[in-house]
Ligand binder design. Structure first.
Ligand SMILES: Nc1ncnc2c1ncn2[C@@H]1O[C@H](COP(=O)(O)OP(=O)(O)O)[C@@H](O)[C@H]1O
Ligand SMILES: Nc1ncnc2c1ncn2[C@H]1C[C@H](O)[C@@H](COP(=O)(O)O)O1
Length: 215
C-alpha cells in the first residue's frame, strides 16, 4: 500500500501547486513545507554562509516530524522531499558557501535518520514525482509567486544561484533510487491554469500509481 507521495523539483517548479491538485484528486492529505513560518529562510537568503547549517538543521527536524505524520496516512502528498536539502547543502559546500565538514555531518545525520530499522515503519517515500523545469520557467514562476527574498530584482546574484541549483537537480534525479520515481514536464504542462494539462498530469500519475500497485 502506498503511504507517501513526495514532490520534488527546483524552486518555483510547481511542487506546492501539484501537491494541492494531487491531494484533492486522491482525496488525501497534503503536507506543505511551511515557508512563511520558517524563521531561518529570510536570514539564509541574506547570509548563506552563516545560515546554511542552521537552515538545514531546522528543515531536517521539520521534515522528519512531517514524515512521521505522513506515513500514518494513505497516499499523503508532501510538497518537497527530504532528500533535496542535501542537494542545496552540497551545492553550497562545493562553492565554499558552506563548510564541507558541516555538510558531511548533516549528510551522515540524514542517512542515519532515514535508514530503515527493524520494527519501525520506513520513512522513505513510496513514489517521488520530479517536476522538470528550464531556467526560464523557474525564473518566471519565482517572479510570478513574488516571495520578496527570492527575487532577482532584489539580489541579482540569485540568478547564478538558481542556475547552479538547476544544474544539480538533473543528476540528482537520475541517481535517485530511494523509491519508484516519475518525471513531469513542468515547462510543457501548465497544470495550474490549463485544465487539459492538469488532466494529463493526473492521468500520468494515476498510471504510475497503478503500475506500482496502489490504485
Ligand atoms: N505548471 C504550472 N503552470 C503555470 N503556473 C505554474 C505551474 N506550476 C507553478 N505555477 C505557478 O508558479 C508559482 C510557483 O509555484 P509553486 O507551486 O509555489 O512552486 P514550488 O512549490 O515548486 O516552489 C506559483 O505562482 C504557481 O501558481
Ligand atoms: N535545504 C534548503 N537549502 C536552501 N534553501 C532551501 C532549502 N529547502 C528549501 N529552500 C528554499 C528554497 C525556496 O526559497 C524555499 C521553498 O522552496 P520551494 O521550492 O519554493 O518550495 O525554501
Amino acid at each position: 500500500m502506498i503511504k507517501v507521495i513526495v514532490l520534488s523539483g527546483p524552486i518555483g517548479a510547481g511542487k506546492s501547486s501539484l501537491t494541492s491538485i494531487l491531494a484533492e484528486h486522491l482525496g488525501t492529505q497534503a503536507f506543505y513545507e511551511g515557508v512563511d513560518n520558517n524563521p531561518v529562510l529570510p536570514l539564509y537568503y541574506k547570509d548563506m554562509k552563516r545560515y546554511t547549517f542552521l537552515l538545514n538543521t531546522y528543515l531536517l527536524n521539520h521534515r522528519l516530524a512531517q514524515i512521521n505524520q505522513a506515513i500514518q496516512e494513505k497516499n499523503s502528498v508532501s510538497d518537497r522531499s527530504i532528500y533535496e536539502d542535501a542537494l542545496f547543502f552540497k551545492m553550497n559546500a562545493d562553492s565554499k558557501v558552506a563548510d564541507r565538514t558541516e555538510f558531511k555531518i548533516y549528510d551522515d545525520l540524514l542517512d542515519n535518520m532515514m535508514e530503515d530499522t527493524p520494527g519501525n515503519p520506513s520513512k522513505k517515500p513510496d513514489l517521488l514525482i520530479y517536476i522538470h523545469v528550464s531556467l526560464d520557467t523557474m525564473l518566471s514562476r519565482i517572479k510570478k509567486r513574488g516571495r520578496s527574498f527570492e527575487q532577482i530584482s532584489t539580489d541579482p546574484g540569485l540568478k547564478d544561484y538558481y542556475k547552479r541549483l538547476l544544474s544539480y537537480y538533473e543528476p540528482w534525479y537520475e541517481q535517485y533510487d530511494a523509491s519508484p520515481k516519475m518525471e513531469i514536464n513542468g515547462d510543457l504542462l501548465d497544470f495550474v491554469v490549463d485544465e487539459d494539462a492538469k488532466k494529463e498530469v493526473l492521468s500520468e500519475i494515476d498510471r504510475k500509481l497503478q503500475q506500482i500497485g496502489n490504485l
